[in-house]
Design a protein around this ligand. Structure first.
Ligand code: SF4
Ligand SMILES: [Zn+2]
Length: 491
């Protein structure tokens, strides 16, 4: 059944019974009720049609964002807002924050509520990317960190465990598996000890507050971070297999359009090379120190056209192995005193530039008969990164990719590191002949095989994956074993 056909049936039935059109959410709820009572049979096609915002779980992974309790941050950044009863830099009106407030920052309740909402709207919740936000994670007490993560695992396990380790063990085989865990912190808090701790918690991706890579601008904005610390944190994290997201801020005080553009050219050179980006234009909020500068006319935000032009230029130079997660923060416009209030900035820019970042190339229609294997190499933090992918080069779409790191300093000795494996949903062949169906199968597994082959050819004895807790079983089936919190395959 097509979407048009479903709409036609809805209209006919509503006309017949003289009722208003029900939303797909209401129909989906009714469908699940009937299914539970065995009054109808499961119909995956109908489920897919009724799902709202299909894009959200296109990759089959549901994101669950949870926020840590209000807590100070050691930073004094002048652009950073401070709201009462909120973790530093977060605002009450942002969607995930509203959910956190409603649940008094209880991690278990936040995760549970989000999971329920996803289930209710028909999204698969068997693979979860847990994203923990709120100020500087590394500054929270260790005991709180462990409690917080454990309770998130408990919520996914639908069971309270005694310890974090126990909760993780259960999660390896449970229905809602945490396949990725993101924490956000400052670069100057990253060291070997902290990395080990983050791995023990199950973390696979770090969001680093970088904002700018000009030392003088860092200093003038009171970031109290050195460029050396940013480089060092990036290297340490990559050599430990982590995926890295940089938060970058445009239009910072003491920067300008030229500097902002140049900054992004420099970002994709050896010392930095983030895997993902969150780009935020600086916004003036009443609770940030910057507000005073603005009042004294000492700071002026870019006009919307200037901002769009900068972003268009930036997008043109984004390498194809980088994913832009977002280019605007979910700040409600009424909170912004000055700066960009346009929430559909991404769409405005999209019209002007053909962005080749991962997000823009993720396959959406999941129908193709043209799958090509690609291998791209680049230098990052004094080591080699190999980006393997399956792509539809005619449509310029990405079906699956893998990040392999070849470094002299891997966290697991004598090993190459698989930092990320991602496939975009079950791709469906257009012609259902056997050859084309075969071509679409197990793209993730085929990339892993290729990475192993490259590692062997280079003389390595093993390869290690920074596997999320919920993917350990998958890797076990491929011959990997748990070693120091990594899944490792000995050749
Ligand atoms: S480090 Fe981050 S959270 Fe802390 S003050 Fe600076 S911007 Fe805000
Ligand atoms: Zn893009």
């Amino acid at each position: 059944m097509s979407e048009e056909k479903l709409d036609k049936i809805k209209r006919q039935v509503c006309f017949k019974y003289k009722i208003s059109m029900p939303t797909n959410i209401i129909l989906l709820k009714a469908y699940h009720k009937l299914l539970k009572t065995n009054k109808i049979k499961k119909n995956i096609q109908l489920e897919n049609l009724l799902k709202t915002r299909k894009v959200r779980s296109l990759s089959g992974i549901a994101s669950v964002t949870v926020i840590t309790k209000p807590y100070p941050c050691p930073g004094k950044c002048i652009f950073c807002p401070t709201e009462k009863n909120m973790p530093k830099s977060y605002l009450k009106n942002e969607p995930a924050c509203m959910r956190a407030l409603l649940n008094k920052f209880d991690p278990y309740k936040q995760a549970k509520m989000r999971l329920q909402a996803l289930e209710m709207t028909g999204h698969p919740t068997d693979k979860i990317e847990l994203i923990v936000l709120g100020g500087t994670w590394s500054y929270y007490k260790k005991q709180y960190q462990t409690y917080f993560i454990k309770r998130c695992f408990d919520a996914c396990n639908k069971k309270t465990s005694k310890t974090l380790k126990q909760a993780q063990k259960i999660n390896e085989k449970t229905k809602h598996r945490i396949i990725g865990l993101t924490l956000e912190t400052r670069p100057d808090y990253i060291n070997e000890k902290e990395i080990k701790r983050m791995r023990n918690l199950g973390c696979t991706r770090i969001e680093l507050g970088v904002q700018t890579i000009y030392q003088d601008i860092l200093d003038k904005n009171k970031r109290e971070i050195s460029l050396e610390q940013i480089k060092q944190a990036t290297k340490l994290l990559k050599d430990s297999g982590f995926k890295i997201t940089y938060h970058m801020m445009l239009n910072l005080p003491y920067s300008n359009i030229k500097k902002d553009e140049k900054m992004f050219e420099k970002l994709f050179t050896n010392d930095f090379q983030p895997d993902q980006l969150k780009i935020y234009p600086c916004a003036i909020l009443k609770t940030a120190k910057l507000y005073k500068l603005y009042k004294k006319n000492k700071y002026k935000p870019y006009t919307i056209n200037q901002l769009i032009n900068v972003l268009v230029k930036i997008k043109k130079i984004i390498p194809e192995y980088v994913r832009i997660i977002r280019i605007i923060r979910d700040i409600p416009s009424q909170d912004i005193v000055a700066g960009s209030k346009r929430s559909n900035l991404r769409q405005d820019i999209q019209k002007k530039v053909n962005c080749r970042c991962i997000r823009c190339r993720e396959i959406k229609d999941i129908k193709t008969n043209n799958i090509k294997f690609k291998k791209l190499e680049y230098k990052a933090s004094d080591a080699k990164e190999i980006f393997l992918s399956f792509e539809d080069d005619k449509k310029d779409k990405l079906l699956a990719f893998l990040r392999l790191r070849i470094t002299d300093n891997p966290i697991i000795k004598n090993s190459t590191l698989i930092r990320e494996v991602h496939t975009y949903g079950q791709t469906v062949p257009i012609n259902k002949n056997i050859e084309s169906a075969k071509q679409h199968k197990n793209l993730g597994k085929r990339l892993i095989n290729e990475a192993e082959k490259i590692s062997k050819d280079l003389g390595y004895k093993k390869t290690a994956v920074i596997a999320g807790i919920g993917t350990r079983e998958y890797y076990r089936k491929l011959g990997y074993k748990l070693e120091n919190e990594y899944m490792v395959k000995n050749f």
